[in-house]
Design a binder for this molecule. Structure first.
Ligand code: COI
Length: 359
């Protein structure tokens, strides 16, 4: 890595066009983006430039062979207006775990963090002030060789762009367990990496679930269709007879950072938590015995998404009303509270934005 980050500011901010009270998720983009290119065996020319289109060769390898990875993270503002990140170093590490699985070069963790601080510092006024809203951050990397033939690319582009967002799921979601398609193979596949192809593979099953009247798919294991993996684009938690259970990471499940945060928070509030294999039959039995108290998903975009209904074959499980969702609500309140500064950050998870260049 030769250079420091070069910054070119936009001539005309688009910020005044944004209505912070009405932000559609994923459709509004901030003024700047970070870009770096990998060639000759190293990352080169890290730069922040005005957000905009760029050219790509029709034979760029990511477009046909799918060598592409990404992260999802957020910046928010505390009640006193300080822009901050939650556990940014976890994302710097996870993108490299994804890179290794996809035979891509590591992106230096120090540069990842510096780029975040500079970019979000420059576009700090794009962070929506309301609790529960945030500046969504999308780091990603793709294979950029102009080539036909299956081999690892020699050139890559790394980008970080951001955009203000409101809640990903404004209301509880309904789920159907898929007994035909899987998100990723449990053994030897790409399920533990945040790779573009995993999301592409989820689209048809999600469309079929929507046609049956459900919001999202609950994924089962690829061998026996018995062990619960994840839900939609989130990790999943069950509250059964007062105990919190989430599927253990098995190589097929994304190691979610919000999942990890929840696993720290819950025992501190007196909850017994189990990370272990959990079958759909166990969930059905708990429901039939009146012991299934909560089901919720965790993820960066959603934070916590409560589940209103869960279907498996011809069994439809209606879950208790929102007022009774103490566990999911606790996680959300703690995360939102640390971000706003209302709740003390005992873990050192909150990192204020330190940008060298002022907006
Ligand atoms: C996230 O939770 O941030 C993700 O990357 C999932 C995506 C569907 C928004």
């Amino acid at each position: 890595m030769k250079d420091t980050i070069r910054i070119t500011k936009t001539q005309k901010s688009r910020l005044s066009e944004v209505d912070f009270d009405n932000i559609p998720f994923g459709r509004v983009f901030s003024d700047h983006m970070f870009v770096a290119d990998y060639k000759d065996g190293e990352w080169q020319d890290p730069r922040i430039v005005p957000f905009g289109h760029f050219e790509i060769h029709p034979a760029a390898m990511a477009l046909h062979y799918g060598q592409a990875i990404f992260e999802g993270m957020k910046a928010s503002k505390s009640n006193d207006g300080t822009p901050l990140f939650l556990r940014p170093e976890m994302h710097a590490k996870r993108i490299n775990q994804s890179a290794r699985r996809m035979c891509m070069p590591d992106f230096p963790e120090g540069l990842f963090l510096e780029a975040l601080h500079e970019l979000v510092g420059l576009d700090r006024d794009w962070i929506p002030p309301k609790e529960g809203s945030a500046l969504y951050i999308r780091p990603y990397m793709f294979a950029n060789d102009e080539f036909i033939g299956v081999k690892p690319s020699q050139t890559y582009r790394f980008i970080i762009f951001t955009g203000p967002v409101g809640p990903y799921y404004p209301k509880p979601v309904s789920l159907i367990a898929d007994t035909h398609y899987v998100r990723a193979a449990v053994k030897g596949g790409t399920g533990a990496a945040k790779v573009a192809g995993n999301y592409a593979a989820s689209l048809l099953p999600a469309k079929l679930a929507n046609e049956k009247g459900y919001d999202q798919v609950m994924w089962l294991d690829s061998i026996e269709f018995k062990y619960i993996q994840e839900v939609g684009t989130m990790n999943i938690f069950f509250v059964i007879d007062g105990k919190v259970v989430t599927p253990a990471l098995n190589g097929g499940i994304l190691p979610g950072i919000t999942r990890d945060t929840a696993l720290h928070i819950l025992p501190e509030h007196g909850y017994e938590v189990e990370e272990r294999p959990i079958t759909i039959d166990e969930v059905v039995e708990a429901y039939q015995a009146g012991q299934l108290q909560e089901v919720f998903g965790t993820g960066t975009a959603a934070v916590v998404a409560h589940v209103s209904k869960l279907a498996y074959k011809d069994i439809v499980m209606d879950l208790p009303p929102m007022e009774e969702r103490q566990v999911g609500q606790l996680i959300k309140t703690q995360i939102d509270g640390m971000r706003s500064g209302r709740i003390e950050d005992k873990h050192g998870w909150i990192e204020p934005v330190k940008a060298a260049v002022k907006a």
